[in-house]
Design a protein around this ligand. Sequence first.
Ligand code: 48F
Length: 258
Amino acid sequence: MELEYLISKLIISESSRDLLEHLENDVVIVGAGPSGLTAAKYLAEKGFKVVVLEKRLSYGGGIGGGGSLFHKVVVDERGLGVLRDFNIRYNETSVKGYYVVDAAELMTKLASGALDAGAKIILGVEVEDLVVRENPLRIVGVVFKWSAISVAGLHVDPLFMMSKATIDATGHEAVLLNILARKNRDFGLLVKGEKSGFAEKAERDVVEYTGRVIPGLYATGMAVAALHGLYRMGPIFTGMLLSGRRIAEIVSSDLGRP
Ligand code: 48F
């Protein structure tokens, strides 16, 4: 057998097997930023079947840019439990209760923690719509396609992936929530849009407001801020980590045992 044939056959058959396996899931998380990856680990380690769909060819979302390209981000003492769960190193600073983490380490170890816990991360996949059922309106999956199709501007019909719980972890754009509001107007969801900077309040509110939006659809991270019109916090990541952990608790309590 020629090696070229073998390489192609293995990639196509194994990728197809994965995709078939993940046509039905306990949890689909859209977006591999800090909140989505944190949620993925805590849900996967409880035994739920979790897939993270990320439209870029890399994970980490807004982490990699650090603070305006300075390569550190800030986490306060409330986030240390999550950092320890992921084995992420942090440095003390001159300010009591505030720590710094290397952006590269944060994004890598969040992703590796999610993978080690059993979550599947698929890169280069864009979610462009929701799968809904009526009376009452509920979300039962997502509509997806390869991101390259959008980049090329091709008219290609997408495919479906089913889930008991779908989490919008798409950050500032709150892609799934905006789709829900725009394409299912009868439901009357208003995505208020994020407010300006007020870091201390933003960090607390984003965790407090994290939760279920409608049956089957949940929000975490900056998507929560967009939905509820909360303030932004900039490159401090405690709120993102705690929001990811919180949504994992809420989803697992809604789904019961895996
Ligand atoms: O933006 P992002 O990092 O979201 P987050 O978890 O964290 C926000 C912080 O990074 C930062 C902040 C707080 O300190 O303000 O900005 O809320 O990650 C969102 C991920 O979702 C992907 C996107 O490429 C990014 O990696 N994404 C967005 N739309 C889609 C998507 C889509 N339609 N399909 C798949 N992935």
